[in-house]
Design a protein around this ligand. Sequence first.
Ligand code: AHR
Length: 513
Amino acid sequence: MNLFGKPAKVLLLLLISGSTYAQQQNTVTVHAGQGKTTISKYIYSHFAEHLGRCIYGGFYVGDTSKIPNTAGVRNDIVAALKKMKIPSLRWPGGCFADTYHWKDGIGPKDKRPSIVNKWWGGVTEDNSFGTHDFLNMCELLGTDPYLAGNIGSGTVQELADWVQYVGSDNKNPMSNLRRENGRDKPWDVRFWGVGNEAWGCGGNMTPEYYANEFKKYATFMTGDKLFRIASGANSADYHWTETLMKTIPGHLMEGVALHHYSVIEWNKKGPAVKFTDEQYFRTMKSALFMEELVTKHSAIMDKYDPQKKIALVVDEWGGWYDVEDGTNPGFLYQQNTMRDALIAGVTLNIFNNHADRVRMANLAQAINVLQAVILTDKEKMVLTPTYHIMEMYNVHQDATLLPVEVNTKDYVFGNEKLPAVSVSASVDKAGVAHITLTNIDPKNAQDIDITLDGLAFKGVTGRILTSKSLQDHNTFAVPDKLKPAAFKDASVKGGKLKVKLPPISIVVLKLKK
Ligand code: AHR
């Protein structure tokens, strides 16, 4: 050790490189023999709010629509999401959840009251898409529902009733009401949010006040294997997480949420497509901040829950920009470019690498809102670059995480820099290993040497999503401009993998046994 608190050899290397960050080459070691953590498939979950055209026009068009549908849910959307693999879907909000009274959305549609959607454009919400519509849609999708309960403007009784309405098989007022409304058997609803953003649109509460509210609500939610998720911190609000972990006993809470959006500045978000090089750098800096966030929130959770029983649930994440010109500002409709694909690639690698604590995450939002995987325009539908990343990365769902050590070159912008390469790896139940890699540098390719410590393999195949420009995107006129292609720049030499990632690229490698 020396003056700088670093071993002499490390210091020498740092002095030679002239920076505490700079690396002369990209090297990755995958510790194939050290896999012990499952990457929960729920890390690949999504979010659907009554916001803009996410539900109405996105998922749901009603059963009288000419657009092919099943009980009002678009067939094209169901097919696309099933192909991508969607393990869980959070609904009905977001901020909307704390204004939502679920009994408004059951029973005959022509009897349901209309309300004003306070948070999102002040539009009329006619409640035509309610509990039965959502839960039946989840069955169509083969996805596990995640219902967000109303704490801000609801009551303990209202939430307890909802839990009983959807999940009870006994005879009681709520399950009887469900049967009257045409559903005999309960649905399988495990995931429950106890409010949303309680520090903001969910009631502007202090963490101390919310923690007490949580305990009260959670106590009266009864059912088998409920997974109750506390409304979590806004980004780096570590005091929020600390207060919840300190105050709420483990037997009442299965998950703590965290929300973080890749945003440049809340009052100056910049365009979704015509962004500058600087705006790109700032967005990626915000996306990569997720590493620090999950590390620090996890460390706080470790103090109170060393056995990691409680999950960190990042139930809102993604890129957030200015809305598209000419669209309702309250609808949060934005295009989706290669920048978004890279946000998805690096963020999913971060979540995978923290799979011991991050056991669910929900990209915001599935259709037509923020970092959507699908955009619709009446009968037309387009898959975004983010969709393709979610689909390429689905090989990690429920696979065993293989720890990685990464030395990366920097992506330099002005006087600042970010790690150019991000990586995660896993081995699935059939013993097939996959490695996902991103290169966020918009100008420089990355040559990477990968050592597979403890893994015998015979060859490698891969898929890539890349494009010349960060601003490239799919449109309704040209829906397939960006789609995954076969990746040819990976080879095996001397038991090592040599990979060349072009600038702006996301790659998934599959190792042949
Ligand atoms: O996803 C849009 C909004 O962002 C959600 O309603 C809210 O929870 C968050 O602030």
